[in-house]
Design a protein around this ligand. Structure first.
Ligand code: CDP
Ligand code: CDP
Length: 216
């Protein structure tokens, strides 16, 4: 059993899991890793070299070569890279290579908050606390659309909604590590919750876990 605290956060696109994970990590003094960035980096490596996204051998090679310390959130933030990430994420060899590195990260003291799609189910099945963050597709598309516009980009809400729904469907239906709540995950629907309210709800659950850990 690990000594540090591990918090697993999963959920669909733009549910608010990344924002929540970052705040929780800062609050509890834990490391944070947005595992989506690792799938995005593999996709971008293929896009940059013009290799097709279904080239399993090339994708696995990129996953094995990836150094988590050099991931650049800025360079990986494009909506199109998120889409491409969900294509390489169906390749089992890519998942195997990335999951191994993610687990090592999680188990490094003092522990970590990881967010993604399969943290509670596959990467850290023994996490101290698992959250499944979700929100209605319309709300998530609105948030993603706002982000694109705020960054100076152009986007049409209906297209963003269709993209978000297609990506969720792909993530939930793949054979290897589909997106789904772990049996012991706490559900957090942020459709009508702001960031602060979601943060407070999560800290209440984590503080209970910490209080129990102390008495063992
Ligand atoms: O990591 P994930 O894709 O799940 O979502 P995020 O990047 O944390 O959040 C997507 C956007 O929704 C960000 O711009 C957040 O500020 C916003 N958000 C929100 O408006 N209300 C929440 N309760 C959570 C996030
Ligand atoms: O920020 P957003 O929620 O839009 O996406 P992301 O977390 O950056 O993830 C991009 C894609 O990577 C997802 O749509 C998944 O297909 C894949 N992914 C995954 O399969 N497993 C993870 N643990 C994290 C991401």
């Amino acid at each position: 059993r690990q000594e540090g605290l591990i918090i697993a956060i999963d959920g669909p696109a733009a549910s608010g899991k990344g924002t929540l994970a970052r705040r929780l990590a800062a609050h509890y003094g834990l490391n944070h890793f947005d595992t989506g960035l690792s799938y995005r980096a593999v996709a971008k490596a293929l896009l940059d070299t013009g290799q097709p996204l279904d080239d399993a051998a090339a994708a696995e090679e990129a996953a094995r070569a990836l150094d988590f310390r050099t991931l650049d959130r800025e360079a990986l933030s494009a909506h199109s890279v998120g889409e491409a990430a969900s294509s390489v994420a169906v390749i089992p060899g890519v998942r195997r290579a990335l999951v191994e590195k993610q687990r090592t990260f999680a188990e490094t003291p003092p522990g970590a908050v990881l967010d993604g799609r399969d943290i509670g189910t596959v990467v850290c099945p023994d996490a101290d606390l698992k959250l499944y963050v979700t929100a209605k597709a319309e709300v998530r598309a609105e948030r993603r659309w706002q982000e694109i516009v705020a960054a100076g980009g152009k986007a049409d809400y209906a297209t963003v909604l269709a993209d978000v729904e297609r990506r969720d469907a792909r993530d939930m239906s793949r054979a290897d590590s589909p997106l789904k709540p772990a049996d012991d995950a706490h559900l957090l629907d942020t459709s009508e919750m702001d960031i602060e309210t979601a943060f407070l709800a999560a800290t209440r659950l984590i503080d209970e876990v910490l209080a129990k850990k102390k008495t063992i």
